[in-house]
Design a protein around this ligand. Structure first.
Ligand SMILES: [Zn+2]
Length: 392
């Protein structure tokens, strides 16, 4: 099965490239914001919906006007792509997946997408439109040999780092079938606990970085507004943020790949269910470990490798239910790590018992035949997360 896969690398632009990119980012942002304004006005003033084709025509007209002629100084392709991104943002909004699109800000992360007619790829180097030299890319892992990139997205994050994300179509082979199924639960001491008793990750992993971040944020707040020192402090905050995000993503990817490789069937509770657990401490732990991102990774990797992910969308007491006899406790506070079932006398590790219940519930859901198909099972299709480009 052919799958689209994005490979992201850091790169280091020359002064000339950085200059061209800065202008391109600025023009893309302008085009996006201008089109968002035009679409919003058209809707509120005339009840009309504007789409890519009309907007692309209007953009060509805009470039002919004297005060916006500078839009022609950069490659036209990223500007058209910005309009396409807006189309996607509106589609996501109309289909109920996201909020109404918002304006792109000058001080946020910047991005520009180049379609095939705006870059050249010779098998080992990548040159963008309007640039004389190829990008100096740090190839942290190889691109599949013989691949033909279908688009290239350049981003500059708030920590002033440049990344290139290369989208390729790739044949991904299903893994050999294994005879193992597992339920996962979110732990407080470990990020993930499996029904067979393995624990992965540690939410405290980032505690040190977070202390540093808090310190940098306090320093930033003390600096005078608009001063050079404040901008410097802001950059420092952004760099620590970026480091935390990178490390978290790396550990989530390692973990989701490992779990998908080792198991044929994986059962999890959806974030929707997790959020129903009205507990402040647990809610913080959930947001810290990024449960929804983790489940998203499991979902697309399951599809790639021919595994089944079962998401449980209905609430049931996975922690309070005794896996062995089915007895349900009245309450189980978070500080209790181990408990003994008053009915059958079995001793439970709180998290492993919960993960076993998740597995049992997931298998029951799939046996009842609710939308079972290879790769993924959704018990409530209306709640599927919006599809995003996949990273391995
Ligand atoms: Zn029991």
């Amino acid at each position: 099965m052919k799958q689209k896969k994005a490979y992201t690398y850091r790169f280091y632009p020359t002064d000339e490239q950085a200059h061209i990119l800065a202008r391109t980012f600025g023009c893309c942002r302008y085009a996006y914001n201008w089109a968002l304004r035009a679409r919003t006005d058209a809707f509120f003033q005339r009840g009309e919906r504007l789409y890519y084709n009309q907007l692309a025509g209007m953009l060509t007209e805009l470039k002919k006007q004297e005060e916006t002629a500078w839009l022609s100084e950069v490659s036209s392709v990223p500007l058209q792509q910005a309009l396409r991104h807006l189309d996607t943002a509106f589609r996501n909004f109309f289909e109920g997946r996201t909020e109404y699109p918002t304006f792109h800000k000058k001080h946020g992360a910047q991005a520009a997408t180049y379609a095939t007619n705006a870059f050249s790829w010779n098998g080992h180097s990548l040159t963008l439109a309007k640039m004389k030299t190829p990008l100096d890319i740090h190839w942290s892992r190889p691109l599949p040999t013989g691949c033909k990139p279908s688009s290239v997205t350049i981003t500059k994050d708030c920590a002033h780092r440049y990344f290139v994300s290369i989208l390729v179509e790739e044949e991904i082979k299903h893994l050999p079938v294994v005879n193992k199924q597992v339920g996962l639960d979110l732990g407080l001491k470990s990020m993930v606990i499996t029904s067979d008793g393995h624990t992965f990750g540690n939410p405290k992993f980032f505690a040190k970085d977070e202390k540093k971040l808090a310190k940098a944020q306090r320093r930033h707040a003390k600096k005078q507004k608009g001063s050079k020192n404040r901008r410097k402090a802001q950059l420092k905050v952004a760099r620590i943020h970026a480091r935390i995000t990178d490390r978290r993503r790396d550990s989530q990817h390692k973990l989701s790949t490992e779990i998908i490789r080792e198991n044929q069937v994986v059962c999890v509770e959806s974030l929707h269910v997790k959020n129903m657990v009205q507990n402040h401490k647990l809610a913080k732990a959930i947001s810290d470990v990024g449960w929804s991102e983790f489940v998203r990774q499991l979902a697309y990797k399951a599809e790639w490798y021919g595994r089944t992910l079962i998401k449980i969308d209905k609430f049931y007491p996975s922690s309070k239910r005794c896996f062995d006899c089915g007895h349900v406790l009245d309450s189980l506070t978070l500080d209790i790590r181990h408990w003994t079932c008053p009915e059958c006398g079995v001793q439970h590790d709180r998290d492993i018992n919960a993960a076993k219940n998740v597995l049992a519930a997931g298998l029951a859901v799939s046996a009842c035949g609710e939308a079972v198909r290879p790769g993924a099972v959704k018990t409530n299709p209306g709640r599927s997360p919006r599809s995003r480009k996949a990273h391995s």
